[in-house]
Design a protein around this ligand. Sequence first.
Ligand SMILES: Cc1cc2nc3c(=O)[nH]c(=O)nc-3n(C[C@H](O)[C@H](O)[C@H](O)COP(=O)(O)O)c2cc1C
Length: 228
Amino acid sequence: MKTKNKSYQPVSPDNQKLISNSDMELISKQHLLEMQSRHTIRDFSDRKVSYSIIENCLRTACSAPSGANLQPWHFSVISSPSVKSQIRKAAEIEEQKFYNDIKKDEWLTALEPFGTHPSKPHLEVAPWLIVVFSERYGELEDGTKRKNYYVPESVGIATGFLISALHLSGLSCLTHTPNPMGFLSKICNRPSSNKASLILAVGHAAEDVKIPLASTVKKPFKEVVSVF
Ligand SMILES: Cc1cc2nc3c(=O)[nH]c(=O)nc-3n(C[C@H](O)[C@H](O)[C@H](O)COP(=O)(O)O)c2cc1C
């Protein structure tokens, strides 16, 4: 993205809603229940999903806050069977090495309750793959590098917006992080400023889908929240 330095110019936000306290209670509770029903899905059906739904979800992700509004992300959106097949092949090579690496023993033990393995059919079965890239630095009009700020935080927040939007649209997804992920820049033809952050496989869950019990157990609220 090319940007010029601009001075501060105040404008009013588009949508300033006035919602009553009781409505806010209701809305926040409904949102909580809706989001609590989200789970990572690892088995997909091949049921088609139209691009317009994916685009709306991506536009939601692009509305996320980011350090200095530099939006240091790029989403490569893939439905092409041949590109999906290339990604699956490359990912499974890395996954096989990962699962055979005895130095990763502790990590692999942590993964056991999730029943994951090096075979990744979802990379071909899910109708859409969204590869999320972090833009480590931008480019100024004169071609020099421009620093981006809080890149992992910004990309993480945008990805959270995306996962929420997909779920609220009735879709399922899998956050997949083959390790390492360098092959994704090559397949998706991204410049060296871009670093793959994760793959989201997106679609509808397979009919007989199961999720790991371990994923349903979240830390006690009091352990993760302190109120002063
Ligand atoms: C950054 C990140 C990386 C993940 N990588 C993988 C992965 O490579 N493979 C996988 O099967 N699940 C992966 N997951 C999914 C997690 O295992 C899952 O979110 C967790 O078990 C909680 O389950 P839930 O999403 O159903 O609440 C990842 C999740 C995150 C946030």
